[in-house]
Design a protein around this ligand. Structure first.
Ligand SMILES: [Zn+2]
Length: 73
């Protein structure tokens, strides 16, 4: 029963995640209101970036050239 020593220590530690915004370790507990973010500011910043990326597709041209087949002659 020697393995129970390190196993008990491992289970005693709360789950921890890294803040997606700044990388700060955040304990995954009910007290961490803004998990997986470390703070409200990080959550808002990440949400803003996500919304901004959702409105535009990187790599796509903003103004595609008109098709020449429909050009009246
Ligand atoms: Zn953070």
């Amino acid at each position: 029963m020697s393995r129970s020593s390190w196993n008990a220590v491992s289970s005693d530690q709360p789950a921890q995640v890294s803040c997606p915004q700044c990388g700060t370790p955040v304990p995954w507990t009910a007290s961490s209101t803004y998990r997986p973010f470390c703070s409200r500011r990080c959550r808002l910043v990440d949400l803003g970036e996500w919304l901004d990326e959702g409105h535009r597709i990187p790599g796509e041209p903003a103004d595609p050239p008109p098709p020449g087949d429909n050009d009246p002659h």
